[in-house]
Design a protein around this ligand. Structure first.
Ligand code: TYC
Length: 102
């Protein structure tokens, strides 16, 4: 009694858990028809990549079938997916972009 740390003399600290929002991966999928240059343009335009970076990631998708192109909050990820899907549709390319919880 009279011991705020209990009777053992061992001090235990409780760390307040800071709440972080969940993050979402935005994925780009390969297909046989979307031109490589169009995909590079999408990565530059919507994901702020340099031309070299965009070309590199485009080749990863082309060879492996899918790649993570960015990690964002739910709202930003949702917006990126919608922007890419709309841009691809307007240009009549079958490019697919999706998101998944990290
Ligand atoms: N496979 C396409 C082609 O050969 C290029 C491509 C790359 C398409 C990445 C989609 O997400 C993609 N023209």
């Amino acid at each position: 009694s009279g011991d705020p740390e209990g009777e053992t003399g061992v001090i235990t600290k409780t760390k307040p858990k800071t709440q972080r929002p969940p993050l979402y991966k935005v994925l780009l999928l390969n297909d046989d028809y979307t031109p490589m240059e169009f995909v590079v343009h999408v990565l530059e335009r919507f994901f702020g990549m340099s031309h070299a970076q965009a070309f590199e990631i485009m080749l990863v998708v082309h060879k492996k079938g899918v790649a993570v192109v960015g990690v964002f909050s739910f709202e930003v990820a949702e917006t990126k997916v919608a922007q890419v899907m709309d841009f691809a549709r307007r240009h009549q390319h079958p490019l697919q972009c999706t998101m998944e919880k990290e």
